[in-house]
Design a protein around this ligand. Structure first.
Ligand SMILES: *Cc1c(COP(=O)(O)O)cnc(C)c1O
Ligand SMILES: [Zn+2]
Length: 406
């Protein structure tokens, strides 16, 4: 079945067009990121929005607007359509109108990286790619390993040597070939670039491959559909490589063009850790792209991206949406994990960073009391077992147990 309305790929810098039936990385002329364009007129006239009602609750419900032509190529673990939860406690603490959390802690592989990899590996299969490689801070590698295993594609992953242990184990359990690098994600990236060509591996690294961002785009579609096509005033998103932010914004523009939504689009807030805040710094300095953030260090592994490849796009989205960028401390991230814990959500530190940003945004009235705010939790706290520090906990002695039981 041919459901996708994908038309072509267009370079974000020089607008050169590319045939989506061929394998591509970045623009051959200028190195810009390639973005998928769809026949949105057709999606509108075919009434795709109304068709959604009868579809299964996962992200492939938007398949006309995803790049896989043949359904048999879809590699899925049932990802997407995660809940949007009202945060009653935080809403009352900030005396806000409404603060909700879109919770991707409930997705296969435990982080929203599954969305990007489901689409990217599906499209790789469709294009006949058999071996892929990725440099990652951890979670993207785990997700790629899972979808490669599912789809029968050979996976090679390169992680910083101090990437979370759990993501290393995740990759190995899913039979990926894992190598550790003495450095950060951009050092791993440099090695991958060199090895990919030599070994005939396709490079899946962030925004050097056109389709992961299409998977991330579904976050935007889901937010709209789950909110009865009325978007929140503000979306707060933890930013590393930036595909999430760029993807959601692309979704909003597509939906606007199809008249699925109307009115003001959300102001997009990018949150980073003070230990690695290239986007926040560039935003505050009025720059159009980031400069490498030296000595990057943060407990939020997914935010440890000192030089995001698509920084121009990230900054453009923040400015175009009249959003902002906020840096928060690792200490406030840890405290925020327990604040979300009060709502029954065990979030990853990246997701908790969005809560940490609320203090500043409400204090300086960047967010008004009558605005609807959506926080994006990008993954589950269960993927960060080493992060939670607990005091020594008393172990009850056997006598006490038998005495009590009598
Ligand atoms: C990768 C990652 C991020 C950053 O996402 P981008 O869309 O690349 O900016 C945030 N949170 C988690 C848990 C991640 O794994
Ligand atoms: Zn170009």
């Amino acid at each position: 079945m041919n459901n996708s309305l994908l038309v072509e790929l267009v370079c974000s810098r020089c607008q050169r067009k590319f045939d989506p039936h061929l394998v591509h990385t970045v623009c051959k002329s200028c190195g810009g990121t390639l973005f998928s364009t769809y026949d949105l007129e057709r999606a509108k006239s075919d009434g795709v929005r109304a068709l959604l009602r009868n579809r299964t609750p996962n992200m492939w419900r938007y398949r006309e607007l995803l790049p896989v032509y043949n359904d048999t190529n879809i590699v899925t673990l049932g990802e997407g359509y995660t809940p949007i939860l009202p945060l009653r406690h935080l809403t009352s603490v900030f005396k806000a109108k409404s603060i909700v959390l879109k919770d991707d802690g409930l997705i296969p592989t435990g982080t929203f990286k599954a969305r990007g990899q489901s689409v990217a590996i599906s499209k790789a299969k469709e294009l006949g790619i058999e071996r892929v490689v990725l440099a990652s801070a951890g979670n993207a590698a785990g997700a790629m390993a899972a979808y490669c295993a599912r789809g029968g594609v050979e996976a090679h992953v390169f992680l910083p040597k101090d990437a979370p242990e759990i993501t290393k184990k995740e990759c190995l359990s899913m039979n990926a070939h894992l190598k550790l690098v003495d450095g950060l994600i951009d050092d791993a990236g440099a090695i991958v670039t060199a090895l990919a060509a030599r070994n005939g591996w396709f490079n899946m690294s962030t925004l050097k491959e056109p389709y992961r961002v299409e998977g991330k785009k579904t976050m935007g579609y889901e937010i709209a559909e789950q909110s009865e096509w009325k978007l929140p005033d503000v979306i707060i998103y933890p930013t590393g490589g930036g595909t999430g932010l760029i993807g959601m914004w692309k979704a909003f523009k597509e939906m606007e063009e199809m008249t699925w939504i109307s009115g003001k689009k959300p102001r997009m807030v990018s949150v980073q850790s003070r230990g690695c805040a290239p986007v926040v710094r560039a935003f505050q300095q009025g720059r159009e792209s980031t400069e490498k953030f030296e000595g990057a260090a943060t407990i939020a592994a997914g935010l440890r991206v000192p030089a995001p490849y698509a920084s121009e796009q990230i900054l453009r989205v923040i400015r175009e949406s009249r959003g902002t960028a906020v840096a928060v401390s690792d200490e406030s991230i840890l405290v925020s994990m327990t604040r979300l814990g009060r709502e029954g959500v065990f979030a990853c530190p990246e997701g908790a960073a969005t809560v940490a940003a609320l203090d500043e945004l409400f204090a300086n009235r960047w967010i008004d009391k009558d605005e609807n705010v959506l926080l994006y939790n990008t993954g589950t706290g269960l993927k960060y077992p080493e992060l939670i520090q607990v005091p020594e906990i008393e172990v009850l002695k056997n006598e006490i147990i038998s005495n009590t039981a009598q």
